[in-house]
Ligand binder design. Structure first.
Ligand code: ZN
Ligand code: ZN
Length: 202
């Protein structure tokens, strides 16, 4: 592991806000574009962090085109309704799930980003993207999964009674969950409330 990688690992573990998650992911993607030789205009990508996504770790949202096919290069200059007149691709959006980020480690998160970059690359080249054979070949080449793991919503969320902030979440039953009343939050030295969520995950 290079010194460079260590620095990235460190900053990954300090991400606490939607803005820093977006910034870190953008930075990672611009490096990955060079390393894996993606043919992508990152300037035509918008970013968002979703707190509502319950199962999808990330997604690429694109304008819908009727006549686009994966494998058939698109001429953006003839799609002036969707694309800027300069012939460059219209913007698409990489939507990141905050909850997936919380439950994925760094390597799974970066693999997820590379998966999404393949979608962006396909969209910018063909005007559409899917999970077909060309996609499978490309994700293998960039060491990303064909399907991103579905994450489950934490079953238990513990919040501070003093300030209401979430202080911990657990995916399964544990001592902290069973004896929440015997713990105190570090922020306010307050009691904790444990909420249980029934997940419909399969
Ligand atoms: Zn996908
Ligand atoms: Zn508190």
């Amino acid at each position: 592991m290079s010194r460079d990688d260590y620095e990235l690992v460190d900053t990954y573990s300090t991400i606490e806000t939607h803005e820093s998650l977006t910034r870190w992911s953008q930075e990672y993607c611009s490096r990955a574009i060079e390393t894996y030789e993606f043919d992508i205009a990152l300037s035509a990508v918008d970013w968002e962090v979703s707190t509502r996504a319950k199962r999808r770790a990330a997604a690429v949202k694109t304008p819908q085109l009727d006549d686009a096919t994966v494998g058939e290069p698109i001429d953006w200059s003839s799609h002036s309704k969707t694309a800027p007149s300069s012939g460059t691709p219209p913007n698409c959006t990489i939507s990141l799930s905050w909850r997936a980020f919380e439950s994925f480690d760094r390597s799974e998160w970066t693999a997820t980003l590379r998966h999404e970059l393949v979608h962006v690359e396909q969209f910018q080249a063909y005007g559409t993207t899917d999970h077909g054979p060309a996609f499978k070949r490309r994700v293998e080449a960039v060491d990303a999964p064909v399907r991103v793991r579905r994450f489950s919503t934490p079953k238990y969320v513990l919040s501070c009674d003093g300030c209401g902030e979430t202080v911990a979440h657990r995916y399964r039953d544990c001592k902290l969950v069973r004896q929440a009343d015997s713990y105190r939050s570090s922020c306010c030295e307050s009691s904790l409330t444990c909420d249980k969520f029934d997940s419909a995950d399969d």
